[in-house]
Design a protein around this ligand. Structure first.
Ligand SMILES: Nc1ncnc2c1ncn2[C@@H]1O[C@H](COP(=O)(O)OP(=O)(O)OP(=O)(O)O)[C@@H](O)[C@H]1O
Ligand SMILES: [Mg+2]
Length: 411
């Protein structure tokens, strides 16, 4: 196959040199031009027809977003990758809307850059092929192991699902340097974006309005980058928007994310509804959260019974959050709920509240806190590459979802 041709558009010559240096050893990628502003990028893309354009956001005369918009109309065969710096999240969304295919936040490694170039160019080749053949959407053909879905679950509110989901996702990135997506499937009341101080809202409900919503490349444009390195699909911005999301949408989104991410962490509502059930069914691991208070114990017992009826116990783990070693014996608690506790996270009101109020996850700001270390242990235990796929204990595929609600109520 011929080399992927690349045009670099950046007004700073030193940055262009850096990019050329990063790509120097990539034999399948050739730089065919350099533009010093958006205007030049538009003209050069027209004459050179590059496969990929690496586009800076802030440039004199015509900026990267306007240039992306013009190139997408004039020369849609060229795929644009936006190169931005931290804190330009607002621009990124605009750039994606303007037709950019992907983005990279500086600083990035040569392998990250090369992989992104290959990914977008591969997608655009497939898209062209699709157009030539007049076919429908290309089924995403993952070239690697499908990602693992880890869902936080409890029918009891306020037990720490969102706190754990956000910090766990980041802890996995910190440890494993894997691609991690965090999806807020608490459609009515999700607050992942508040916990992470992300201004964007509505990712889940916005993307399902696209007919092609389960196309991994399209879905990617709705994920918001977080400074930790994870990407986030936020919950709908209002209850009306939440209504637009069906269980089949949730299924399509998670399936698509498995093609492009190594780990997909899913936060859910404190409710056993169709959306939560889809998430549970599609998960490779289910983390059932509880704390030491009586109502939470009762919910945990019922939740484990439900998971058993659904045939999902084999991939479920109980996580005791807000654990205080104040005389309570774990054995007594386990007897009460009739299941074993797999991990504990300490009660640390000061660290957790401050992290939520500031929108700064404690695994980033409090590296030496006990809760950070326990979360790290949990992350490590969930991320060995041999994590079992979503199959039954005997290796059989799981039962179809349509009977899940029926199964719960058939005892
Ligand atoms: N380990 C912890 N130590 C102290 N406080 C905690 C801990 N984990 C969570 N909390 C507190 O519990 C409250 C609820 O946490 P969180 O929002 O994560 O729960 P949730 O299960 O997602 O709730 P909901 O079901 O309403 O979405 C938060 O205010 C947080 O400060
Ligand atoms: Mg929550």
């Amino acid at each position: 196959m011929s080399a992927i041709t690349v045009l670099i558009a950046d007004d700073i010559a030193a940055t262009r040199e850096d990019i050329k240096r990063l790509l120097y050893f990539e034999e399948d990628i050739t730089i065919i031009g350099e533009a010093g502003d958006g205007d030049e990028a538009v003209i050069m893309s027209d004459s050179l027809k590059p496969d990929v354009i690496l586009m800076d956001v802030n440039m004199p005369r015509v900026d990267g977003i306007k240039a992306s918009e013009m190139i997408t109309v004039k020369n849609p065969e060229s795929s644009i990758i936006i190169i931005s710096i931290q804190g330009e999240q607002e621009y990124l969304r605009k750039a994606m809307a303007a037709g950019a295919r992907d983005y990279l936040v500086k600083p990035f490694s040569s392998s990250e850059l090369a992989e992104t170039i290959r990914k977008v160019s591969d997608y655009s080749r497939k898209r062209r092929l699709r157009l030539v053949e007049g076919g429908g959407p290309t089924p995403a053909a993952p070239s690697r192991e499908p990602g693992k879905i880890i869902t936080l679950f409890s029918s009891k509110g306020g037990v720490g699902k969102t706190t754990t989901a956000c910090n766990l996702a980041i802890s996995i990135v910190q440890r494993a340097r894997k691609k991690v997506a965090l999806v807020d499937m608490d459609l009515q009341g999700g607050d992942v974006s508040v916990f992470l101080n992300i201004s964007a809202k509505g990712g889940v409900s916005d993307v399902v309005q696209e007919s092609d919503y389960s196309d991994p490349s399209l879905l990617e444009t709705y994920l918001c980058p977080h400074m930790s390195g994870i990407r986030v699909l936020p919950a709908p911005g209002s209850p009306e928007q939440a209504e637009l999301v069906a269980a089949s949408h949730a299924e399509g989104i998670l399936k698509a994310l498995k093609d492009s991410y190594d780990y997909i962490i899913v936060d859910t509502a404190a409710a056993i509804n169709e959306i939560t059930l889809v998430c549970l069914e599609m998960s490779d691991q289910i983390l059932v959260l509880l704390n030491q208070e009586l109502p939470s114990l009762r919910h945990a017992r019922v939740n484990m019974e439900i998971l058993e009826k659904l045939g999902l116990t084999f991939k479920s783990r109980l996580i005791l959050n807000r654990y205080r070693n104040d005389g309570l014996k774990l054995k007594d608690l386990e007897k009460n709920i009739n299941s074993s506790i797999n991990a504990t996270l300490p009660d640390d009101g000061e660290t957790v509240s401050m992290s939520i109020n500031k929108g700064q996850p404690f695994v980033m700001t409090r590296p030496s806190a006990e809760i950070t270390s326990q979360l790290g242990n949990l992350a490590s235990s969930l991320t060995p590459e041999q994590t079992r796929a979503a199959k039954g204990p005997d290796g059989a595929e799981e039962t179809p979802r349509k009977s899940l609600i029926g199964k719960i109520f058939s005892f």
